[in-house]
Design a protein around this ligand. Structure first.
Ligand code: B12
Length: 217
């Protein structure tokens, strides 16, 4: 069946069930009938992971299921990434990104990376469980325009402020704009942590990053 909605539903189910191979298969079918990669992300894969999170909270699914769902999403993202990151966009600047110490969530961060690259940013991805010191070292080495910091747990949220404090103590705060995000982050966190901006999702992350460095969003 090549009905786009049915394909999106099947993609949702495959990610929800953590079936990486099936998810990639459906995504290929969807590409064949011109379903946009971003539509697959925002209308099928992200909602599927959100549902997994809600069921986890309700005690209906467990850690392994969360993990395999995230893996299925990553497998499809590997396929879609080059399609979203279209060639020839004007260079916007350099973004340094990482998930804070003690936190290993990276699906949302990877999505931010893909959207940033799609908008013409060079992205240096430090990965997960990145210590404040590692952030500082990387700022020294790469001189990014924007430092993007992710935290996904209420328990690792304080690391955002610690990381920014370390960048400040190293005398590097004036060199960079700092953008923060991840599920527990909000506007209040921005003030508390001493960041420059926050965005709730990957596409607004791109707009906010551009605004912070004085580009039209
Ligand atoms: C997949 C998942 C996992 C996987 C992670 C795999 C991976 N490679 O990422 C695994 C199984 C490892 C995992 C582990 C744990 N998890 Co978990 N996990 C999730 C789950 C289901 C999905 C996260 C996700 O990928 N969401 C989809 C993405 C697209 O959304 P996102 O992450 O929010 O990212 C978006 C925005 O936040 C934003 N964004 C992201 N980064 C940035 C950065 C910047 C700069 C900006 C501007 C924006 C931005 O853009 C993204 C795209 O729109 C969530 C539930 C949920 N619905 O969020 C729980 C959840 C985050 N996990 C939770 C918990 C409790 C845990 C564990 C502590 C469980 C345990 N008891 O061990 C461990 C912690 C491990 C650790 N030390 O980090 C809780 C957190 C509760 C809380 N308030 O702290 C959640 C909310 C589940 C729940 N409802 O209880 N988890």
């Amino acid at each position: 069946v090549s009905d786009p909605q049915i394909l999106l539903d099947r993609l949702y189910d495959a990610v929800f069930d953590g079936k990486a191979e099936a998810a990639v298969g459906v995504a290929l079918e969807a590409l064949d009938v011109d379903v946009a990669p971003t539509e697959m992300l925002f209308d099928a894969m992200i909602p599927a992971l959100e549902e997994v999170g809600l069921r986890f909270e309700a005690g209906e699914v467990f850690l392994p299921e969360m993990l395999i769902a995230a893996r299925a999403m990553s497998a499809v993202m590997d396929l879609l990434r080059p399609l979203i990151v279209s060639a020839g966009v004007e260079k916007a600047g350099t973004v340094l990104i990482g998930t804070v110490a003690g936190d290993i969530h990276d699906v949302g961060k990877k999505l931010v990376v893909v959207m940033m690259e799609g908008a013409g940013f060079d992205v240096i991805d430090l990965g997960i469980n990145v210590s404040a010191d590692a952030f500082v070292e990387a700022v020294r080495e790469h001189h990014p325009d924007v430092v993007a910091i992710s935290a996904f747990l209420t328990t690792t949220l304080p690391e955002v402020g610690r990381t920014i404090a370390a960048i400040t103590e190293a005398g590097l705060r004036d060199e960079v704009k700092i953008l923060i995000g991840g599920a527990p982050v909000n506007d209040l966190t921005v003030t508390e942590a001493g960041a420059d901006g926050y965005a709730p999702d990957a596409s607004s992350a791109v707009r906010t990053a551009k605004t912070l460095i004085g580009l039209p969003a």
